[in-house]
Write a protein that binds this ligand. Structure first.
Ligand SMILES: [Zn+2]
Length: 258
């Protein structure tokens, strides 16, 4: 299975639309726009089999209608709890989507960014929408801090070698905040140096693994001593929800000031 990142809403939201392809078949994840997806499918003579959606936000779903119009046989999969009407097959944790005989995706409920958010994963890949970003995480826009903390910990339990395919390209800004949180983390320092050499942007599709995120993403480390100690100073108690909330609030203040 090949996975290709197509930039969308460049310069505003900097989304990734992910296209999976094998032979002449293709599947698309979170099409917030349509034209570049349709162009890609046509240029590569691909037949779209399905559209998969992680959550209800417009920058992940607004391209569906036009794509479905061009490929009426493609099935639209999305969260069970979503208000998005165009979803045909509704998914919840424990479900599995078999894309072809060799490639399936398991469904995890990962609410917190929104109340309806799901993620897809198998033994190689993780499509986590706006739950985990490279070196960061989504904002709370409908879910609760408790849900979000649980979802991050749930994803953290998956294997280190999973490739991460997230909804947006915010690596550079996220790494700046991560350094503020964990100045002394050697893995983070190394990641920052590598990023400075191999500058990621929405047009260059950087790769990350869950293992790298576990070592360097503060939002997968809010209960690790070097991060948690600072969050306690900000008033958090030791529950995952309180620690996550203090970190998310810190990042929101940082974003407003920068
Ligand atoms: Zn979103």
């Amino acid at each position: 299975m090949q996975i290709h990142g197509i930039p969308a809403l460049v310069g505003t939201y900097d989304n990734y639309i992910w296209v999976l392809s094998k032979g002449k078949d293709a599947w698309v994840v979170d099409p917030g726009e349509s034209q570049q997806v349709l162009d890609f499918l046509k240029e590569n003579q691909l037949q779209l089999r399905a559209i998969l959606v992680t959550h209800r936000h417009f920058d992940h779903v607004d391209g569906i209608a036009a794509i479905k119009n061009a490929y009426p046989d493609a099935t639209v999969f999305g969260p069970e709890k979503t208000p998005v009407a165009i979803i045909e097959k509704r998914l919840k944790e424990g479900d599995r989507v078999q894309l072809n005989p060799d490639y399936y995706l398991n469904v995890l409920d990962t609410p917190g960014h929104t109340e309806d958010h799901i993620s897809f994963y198998n033994q190689r890949d993780l499509f986590c929408g706006d739950t985990i970003f490279t070196a960061g995480c989504g904002r709370i826009l409908g879910g609760t801090v408790e849900e979000f903390a649980d979802s991050l910990l749930k994803l953290r339990d998956l294997p280190d070698d999973l490739n991460i395919y997230c909804g947006h390209e915010y690596t550079i800004d996220n790494l700046k905040f991560a350094q503020l949180v964990e100045e002394q983390n050697p893995d983070l320092q190394q990641r920052v140096e590598e990023v400075q050499i191999n500058y990621p942007s929405i047009l260059s599709t950087p790769q990350s693994t869950l293992g790298l995120e576990k070592k360097t993403n503060p939002f997968l480390r809010f209960d690790v001593a070097s991060v948690a100690d600072q969050l306690r100073e900000l008033g958090a108690d030791d529950t995952p929800a309180e620690l996550f909330k203090a970190l998310r609030n810190w990042k929101d203040r940082y974003d407003r000031a920068n």
